[in-house]
Structure formats: C-alpha cells, structure tokens
Ligand binder design. Structure first.
Ligand code: GUN
Ligand code: ZN
Length: 422
C-alpha cells in the first residue's frame, strides 16, 4: 500500500466536483482504497507510508475519447477542409506505420505525449496496418495503461499504401482481439475509419465481430464535414442520414464512439441516445479543419452520452486544458455557457462513462483504478497569480482551463505506479 498526501479534486457520489484541501489517497494493488480528508484516512491507516505532494492537487487522469496514434506528426497541417487534409497529409503519413520499427518508436512518443498532458486513458485509432496496432498495444501494456484501440478499417476509396482488403482486414481485427482484448487493462475497438472508406461488407463484418466478442468497442467518424457528408450520401443513397448508414449495419450500439457528430438532425440525436452510443466531441479539430461547431444544447436536449477528445492530428493539442477551453468557446458561440466543472467532467468521469468505463477510471474514489495526476496551479507566473486570486472552485478550475498546459501536470500515476521521466 502507498499513500499520497495533497489536495484532491474528485467527484462525490452525486457527481459534484469537489476540492479537498488536505487529502490522503491510498493505493492498493493498482486500485484506490481510500481517497478523503487526510485526518480521517490517516487515522484509519496509521501504518501506511505516504509521500507528501503538497501543495499540488491530485486529480483524476484525463480520459480522451478520440485520438489518432499515427497522426502525431500531422498536427498543424493546414488544408482546405477534411478531405484534402486526409489526402495530402494524413494518408501519406499513416503509410509509414506499415513499418513495425517505426510504429514501435512512434508508440512511445505518442504515449509520452498523452501522459505528459495528463491523459491516462484514451480511445485510439491505429493505422490500417496490423503492425501499428501491435506496436500501440505492446507499448501500452508495458506501461500498464488502460487504453482502448483498434486497427483502422479502410478497404475503399483510399490510396494503396493505407487501403486494406475486406477479408484480410477482418481476419486481422479478430486476431488482434484475440491477442490484446482484455490483456492487462487493454481493450479492442473495431475501427471502421468512416463510411466513405469502408465497404458495406467491411462494416457489417466489424459489427459481427463486435457481436462475437462482447465487451469490445466500436469507433468511427460521423457528420464532420459538408463535403464528407455529401460523399457518404452519394455512396449510400438508401440511408436516411450519415448516422443511419452505421445504424443499418449494426454499428450503432452501446460501447460505440462516434467522433464529431456536428451535422446530426433531431432524429439522429434521438437514435444516438436510444442506442446507448456516445459522441466524441473534438473542438480543436473542428476549429482547425473548419469543420463546424458541435451543438452542445442539442446534445443536452437529446441526452446522449458524450466526452471530450483532442482528435490529434486534426486537433491541435494533446492538452485537455486546450480542448476544454475550445469546448467552452464553441459553446459560447452558440450562446451557451459551460461551467468549468462540466468541462472537467466531460474530460474525466463523463468521458469514461461515454466509453463504458465509468466504474474504472475518471475519478479518484475507492474502487477506481489508481490512475491520477498531480497538478501545480503555480506552474507559470501568470497562472500562479490568477489561480491564487480565485474566489471559488469554479474560478480556480477556469484559471487552469484558460492558462494551463502540460506544465501544470507534474506527476502521473497509472495502475498505482508513479511514472518517471517527464
Ligand atoms: N474522417 C476519416 N478519417 C479521419 C481522420 O483521420 N481525422 C478526422 N478528423 N476525420 C476523419
Ligand atoms: Zn478522428
């Protein structure tokens, strides 16, 4: 058993975000045993040694619901929208991940960046090459992380170096499930890239694998960009909407994550909610690629689950602070004011729930995986001034969201193990 003494940010039983000024978190065999006021916990566990991390603040590791492992070096590639961006930068870059040695090296860089920014769980796209998924899972296992990932499926309308073949792609997906799903804290997501790059047979095959292996996930993109939507409508004229393409093929289901969800209509949103599927909301990507503005008000009305995501390399930063700030700004453009507690929830416990992992990660509470970070609210001179002047929890959180970045994240613990080297 190991204790950590510091301030603590956690969700109470009513999902209210609380700050405990002096807390003790006790970790036992990778899980949180206790997380509460120091005096009470220390009295119950007088023999447990603790490290003193005051004046830092322990907080749940961030959960990112949508990010592309092979796009780290695509960040900041300007284009006239999604489709030219994919063609000119993304596909050529992803082609490099056919090389196992390159993929293995990049998996370490990618995980370093997630962890540097305080993200301890993510839902991850690998490239279409089996080697990229092997590399990502192997690196995540070595670090003891809870990660969900999958090999991209893309048998149509894609250039040779990244296009896969229907039957082989499904055999490879099944082999990856058998090898990695449930190993350590890893999970497999069937990953049809988007309807424009997948045949009906490939998407149907993905749904059949998700049926055959309960507990696996599904992830894809939907309703992100006008040209993309028009293309999908031409490819699938029988579908009522873009989301309906997936629904008809059995891919709209619990444990499925739909990235973007910008241009949904009322019926789509109702279907998303009824199916138990979730949305990954990617504001920095939607702004950078000029895709559009997610409708936070309509999401609340429909009541579907959603979590925040960086969507690197369309997104511009791995930092959850940057993503939360962009979400705030996009909501304001729709005349909605998201509370900082709401933003934080949507990148921790709310994101974990959207993934179906709300009992495992996203909070620092008894029974949860010991995946947490320590935050330094004095990491920069301006942040120290602003956070020091905060008169409420909301003001304090907002100072971090607006002024914070990876410099704020000063410690990471994953599966109860403190990670060194940052
Ligand atoms: N749609 C299909 N592939 C992608 C991708 O890699 N990034 C984004 N943002 N949208 C996509
Ligand atoms: Zn994406």
């Amino acid at each position: 058993m190991q204790g950590y003494r510091a301030a603590l940010l956690r969700f109470d039983a009513g999902d209210v975000l609380q700050r405990v000024d002096d807390a003790l978190v006790i970790v036992d065999e990778g899980r949180i045993l206790e997380a509460d006021a120091f005096a009470a916990v220390a009295a119950r566990h007088p023999d447990v040694a603790w490290v003193d991390w005051r004046p830092w603040v322990l907080a749940p590791g961030f959960v990112d619901t949508h990010v592309h492992f092979p796009q780290l070096d695509v960040i900041g590639s300007p284009a006239d929208g999604l489709l030219p961006w994919l063609e000119n930068y993304t596909f050529p870059h992803e082609a490099r991940f056919a090389d196992p040695a390159y993929a293995a090296a990049m998996a370490e860089v990618f995980l370093d960046e997630l962890l540097r920014n305080g993200v301890t769980t993510a839902m991850v796209y690998c490239s279409s090459h089996r080697a990229s998924a092997e590399a990502f899972f192997a690196a995540s296992l070595r670090r003891g992380l809870r990660m969900v990932a999958g090999k991209c499926l893309m048998d149509s309308n894609s250039p040779d170096p990244v296009r896969d073949e229907t039957a082989t792609s499904l055999v490879e997906s099944q082999a990856l499930i058998e090898r990695w799903h449930g190993r350590g804290r890893l999970g497999y997501a069937l990953t049809p890239r988007f309807a424009a790059s997948c045949s009906e047979a490939q998407m149907r095959g993905a749904a059949e694998l998700a049926d055959a292996y309960p507990g696996t996930w599904v992830q894809t993109h939907v309703a992100e960009n006008h040209d993309e939507i028009a293309w999908v409508a031409r490819l699938f004229p029988q579908a009522r909407s873009y989301l309906d393409v997936y629904d008809r093929l059995g891919l709209l289901r619990e444990r499925s994550m739909y990235a973007h969800c910008i241009y949904l209509d009322h019926e789509d949103r109702a279907r998303l909610a009824a199916s138990g599927a979730s949305a990954a909301v990617c504001p920095t990507s939607n702004l950078f690629l000029g895709s559009g503005l997610f409708d936070f008000g309509a999401a609340a009305q429909a009541g579907f689950q959603w979590g925040l995501a960086c969507d690197v390399g369309g997104g511009t930063s791995f930092s959850p602070f940057r993503t939360m700030l962009a979400a705030y700004e996009v909501a304001r453009l729709g005349a909605l004011t998201l509370a900082p507690q709401t933003l934080w929830y949507r990148h921790t416990l709310g994101a974990a729930r959207a993934m179906g992992l709300g009992s495992q990660v996203g909070n620092v509470a008894p029974g949860y995986d010991a995946d947490f970070i320590a935050l330094d609210d004095r990491a920069t001179p301006l942040l120290a001034r602003r956070s020091g002047a905060a008169a409420s929890l909301a003001e304090w959180l907002f100072s971090l969201i607006v002024l914070g970045d990876d410099r704020v994240v000063v410690q990471r613990v994953a599966g109860g193990v403190p990670l060194a080297g940052f």
